[in-house]
Design a protein around this ligand. Structure first.
Ligand SMILES: Cc1ncc(COP(=O)(O)O)c(C=O)c1O
Length: 434
């Protein structure tokens, strides 16, 4: 078992020097310079990250949920290296690569074809970042329904591009740009177990009756909103509401996709088939690539290209990213992930409850698959715990609209011994910060 090993105080001297250089050359809003200040990554493997000062950390974040297969997984690394020796850039929407065709074929197979026994085919538009996949879904909804409004949810996070931002809940992300934003979304409360779903259903029905709503955009489990797990009947309720009104159901699985919640996709917990699904992060596990996959009958709303795609990007279907995605999908197709993720998740949940249950200041410990959140009673407290853990060699992230949730979303190969060690450190951080 490899455990965190700190050669210097964290952040170490090289990281501190780099942070000073960054402060001069990067726009001030981008990297949080502390305290304690960032550590600068040098290499990573499995659940471990090394910084420029030689410190080794145990990663409980999967680096924003990307490294679900572990950091630098050999199959993905090898396919990137192989591809890099022949072609690193193509002309995505003009003269594409064979890899793009393979990837699109595979995305259809793993989503709509798998969900419907081959009855429904999926068609995709590729992007680079997650928010682009969301924006493609929003454009598709308008093209398909002719309606320009959507329903989104409190605490939702869909990214910060101008389209996605209009569906992201947090005021601190939206407010500075509100003069440039339109009112696209009507936000409804994201339900928690025990909440009054019939009440939500009535509110939703009233909104949908206006015939202005083209889509409901939803994370099947909220990630950055604070690891919020809705009641199991929530997605089927949304599906029925969409079927009644002709609106599209868009599942944003950029965080939850590829077994994070114990199923290949989180919509599968309730057997819900969305009209569009947005994917990113663990889709490649390494390089920037996202996809909006939709039912063929929905994607048909896009006009056939007459020589100029009306939605595209320079790097669309980049061959390195496609190679990484094909290698990752090869891994994600293997059976056994559900068992592994659920077993490690059950172990992690037990450890967290043993370590933290009943403490003052902790509201709730919740999780599904390997996606856990510890909700604290105080805004901003999760960042203090997270900073403390960083100094002890454990990487975590604060989440939640008020920074009230410590998120734990480790890479799937993390061992039980590593989890036991990490949660021991989490317990100690709660003792010391309290
Ligand atoms: C559910 C969800 N949607 C969209 C995004 C935005 O993805 P990106 O940061 O790659 O644009 C994120 C990022 O955390 C996310 O968690």
């Amino acid at each position: 078992m490899m455990l965190p090993k700190l050669k210097t105080a964290v952040p170490g001297p090289k990281s501190r020097k780099l942070a000073r250089a960054l402060a001069r050359f990067e726009s001030p809003n981008v990297t949080f310079l502390g305290p304690p200040g960032p550590i600068f990554w040098k290499k990573a493997a499995d659940s471990h990250v090394w910084d420029v000062d030689g410190n080794r950390y145990l990663d409980l974040t999967s680096a924003f949920g990307v490294a679900s297969l572990g950091h630098t997984p050999p199959s993905v690394r090898n396919s990137i290296q192989r591809q890099a020796s022949s072609l690193v850039h193509g002309m995505g929407d003009v003269h594409p690569t064979e890899l793009k065709v393979q990837l699109l074929r595979e995305l259809s197979r793993l989503t709509f074809e798998r969900w419907t026994g081959g009855r429904i085919q999926g068609q995709s538009v590729l992007g680079n970042s997650g928010f682009e996949a969301v924006e493609i879904a929003l454009k598709t909804a308008l093209l398909k329904t002719g309606r320009n409004r959507i329903v989104a949810f409190h605490d939702a996070y869909h990214g910060v591009g101008f389209g996605a931002l209009q569906a992201t809940w947090r005021g601190d992300f939206r407010r500075p740009f509100s003069a440039q934003l339109r009112k696209l979304s009507t936000f409804l409360p994201y339900p928690r177990p025990g909440d009054d779903l019939p009440h939500l259903d009535r509110k939703l029905s009233a909104l949908l009756k206006t015939r202005k709503i083209g889509a409901i955009l939803v994370e099947p489990v909220q990630g950055r909103g604070g690891i919020v797990i809705p009641p199991r009947e929530f997605l089927p309720l949304l599906r029925r509401a969409c079927d009644r009104s002709g609106a599209l159901l868009i599942a944003d699985e950029i965080f939850t996709g590829f077994w994070r919640t114990g199923r290949m996709f989180a919509v599968e917990h309730s057997g819900t088939v969305p009209d569009l699904i947005c994917l990113g992060k663990a889709l490649t596990g390494a390089l920037p690539l996202s996809a909006c996959v939709g039912k063929k009958s929905v994607m048909n709303a896009w006009p056939r290209s007459r020589g100029e795609a009306i939605h595209t990007t320079t790097f669309l279907g980049n061959p390195l990213a496609c190679a990484a995605a094909i290698a990752s999908l090869g891994a994600w197709k293997r059976t056994g992930w559900g068992r592994q993720v659920n077993s490690s998740g059950a172990f992690l949940g037990k450890l967290l409850r043993q370590a933290l249950d009943g403490r003052t200041g902790i509201r709730e410990i919740r999780g599904i698959g390997l996606m856990f959140g510890i909700e604290l009673a105080y805004s901003g407290r999760a960042a203090r715990i997270s900073d403390h853990l960083l100094r002890g060699g454990i990487l975590t992230l604060p989440e939640g609209t008020h920074g009230e949730v410590l998120a734990i979303t480790p890479p799937f190969p993390i061992s039980k011994a590593e989890l036991t060690f990490a949660i021991g450190r989490v317990q100690r951080a709660f003792d010391e910060v309290a």
